[in-house]
Design a protein around this ligand. Structure first.
Ligand code: AMP
Ligand code: MG
Length: 476
């Protein structure tokens, strides 16, 4: 019963991957299994027995007919080029679903040809974190890789301390990254790059085959997807934390939940990652970095854009130049939605910018602000005692009823402003319980995060200075 396809391994040149079985783990225990996702993907039939599913999703048994591989890629990490690849993951294969092919990958599944000095493993803590936050992102209606299962093992994973290990099953529209193109370009064979381009377009954007310049069309498409994605991140206060080019997908899905975190008090320079000392990946710098990464992507496509390199560069530049303007337009539209402004006029940019300055000055919680604004809650009463805010509030009140009704405005706000998000202190609390043996709080929080826009739910509180000392870490 070969239900996993092998399109990546069969359609792409061999130097873009290496055949690699997952390394078995000791005493696997399926701690999380996402039945809703399994149903949605239509794979429930293959996972009838939970025991059987666990054998496959721990990597202890290979799905019949599948040929696991580790994918090769490169990437600019904090601006520097490196050869990378799946150092602790294997692609089991692709599932045929109603929405096209989806990758089924195991993460934390042992060493591969690309592990460098890494152990190929992942801690139970960090795989639970990825499961929780990626599923929260999905519920927030933000494109993301999904999590199908977490299988805990008793094999020790050595970091600063000894930890329990786990294998996460990750589902993605694909794991093709900007870094995959960088790797193909780095190899220096035009055919490799061409094969990757063809495979990528066929898999994600077959409509682009109608364009006369496929590479240029793909650049434009990826640019639009990344614009929409980062706008969505800014909408909910998400800080990815490590937007290296190897962590940027061609599908436009959020990937790699290592050091990510959600902003509480609004400040554009917010950063949580311990290694991001320069703020390269801070909240408000994310659009600039997306643009930087897209320029790297464009550079990999040059040989396929035009035989004349100079001309190719010019053509790529013309596409890239659209990004800042398109982004800014989409950003203000999104912020207008958050503010419940159904018919934004010329003034929307000023209104948003002035509002955000006030939020930063007053250290207002980003998420709660918009919900309280809609509910006319206590937080707003307090802020209105500040003269500058009161003046802003009057402008906002006028703008929101321009050519529409308060109830329409409220509906728009409810759709665009989550009430619950994976707050840092809550994430940490439930993960700490989980690793000390009590999964209860994790399950309860996960349940809450699956309906983030529900009305009538109470605001989440934020400990006053929790985030001041909060740090996240890569590759745990
Ligand atoms: P990341 O920071 O998670 O995007 O990972 C960057 C690179 O390091 C990727 O090539 C990963 O596969 C690799 N990597 C991260 N952690 C490990 C590990 N424990 N063992 C081997 N490779 C790893
Ligand atoms: Mg990564």
């Amino acid at each position: 019963m070969a239900w996993l396809k092998k399109t990546y391994a069969t359609q792409l040149p061999e130097n873009l991957y290496s055949v690699q079985a997952p390394v078995p783990v000791g005493n696997p225990e399926m701690v999380l299994y996402n039945e809703a996702l399994a149903d949605d993907l239509g794979v429930t039939q293959y996972f009838k027995e939970k025991e059987e599913a666990m054998r496959y999703l721990s990597g202890n048994e290979i799905v019949p007919g599948s040929q696991p591989i580790a994918q090769a890629y490169a990437g600019h990490q904090f601006g520097h080029f490196n050869r990378l690849g799946d150092g602790r993951a294997v692609l089991l294969g692709e599932m045929e679903t109603s929405r096209g092919l989806y990758d089924l990958q195991l993460k934390g599944s042992g060493q591969t040809a690309y592990s460098r000095r890494g152990d190929g493993r992942a801690t139970f803590y960090s795989m639970l974190r990825e499961y929780l936050i990626s599923e929260a992102m999905h519920a927030l209606r933000i494109p993301t890789t999904r999590s199908l299962a977490v299988v805990k093992t008793t094999d020790p994973v050595y970091r600063e301390q000894i930890n329990e290990g786990a294998v996460l099953s990750r589902v993605a529209a694909s794991h093709i990254r900007v870094g995959t193109f960088e790797y193909a370009r780095y190899l220096g064979q035009r055919e490799d790059l061409e094969a990757l381009l063809r495979y990528t377009i066929e898999r994600h954007y077959p409509e682009l085959f109608d364009h006369q310049n496929h590479a240029l069309a793909l650049l434009g498409k990826v640019m639009q997807k990344q614009k929409d994605l980062v706008v969505d991140w800014l909408r909910v206060g998400f800080i990815h934390g490590v937007m290296n080019t190897d962590n940027m997908t061609i599908s436009g899905e959020t990937i790699d939940y290592g050091p990510c975190a959600f902003m509480n008090a609004y400040h554009p320079k917010t950063v949580f990652s311990s290694i991001d000392t320069g703020g390269r990946y801070s909240y408000a710098n994310q659009p600039n970095i997306a643009y930087w990464n897209l320029r790297v992507f464009a550079s990999t496509l040059i040989p396929l854009i035009d035989k004349d390199e100079k001309l190719a560069g010019k053509k790529a530049q013309e596409v890239l130049e659209q990004f800042p303007g398109d982004f800014s337009q989409a950003y203000f539209e999104m912020m207008g939605n958050k503010l419940g402004i159904v018919n934004p006029g010329e003034g929307i940019r000023d209104l948003v910018q002035e509002g955000m300055v006030l939020l930063a000055e007053q250290k207002v919680d980003y998420t709660n602000f918009f919900t309280e604004l809609r509910r006319d809650g206590e937080l707003i009463n307090k802020l209105r005692k500040v003269e500058a805010f009161e003046a802003w509030y009057a402008k906002w009140e006028e703008a929101r009823v321009h050519g529409t009704t308060v109830s329409e405005s409220e509906a728009l706000m409810a759709q665009n402003n989550p009430v619950v998000i994976p707050r840092n202190h809550l994430v940490e609390e439930v993960l700490n319980s989980a690793v000390t043996g009590d999964m209860g709080p994790f399950y309860a929080f996960l349940e809450k995060l699956t309906s983030p826009y529900d009305d009538g739910i109470s605001l989440q509180s934020v400990p006053a200075d929790f985030d001041a000392g909060y740090q996240t870490f890569c590759g745990t």
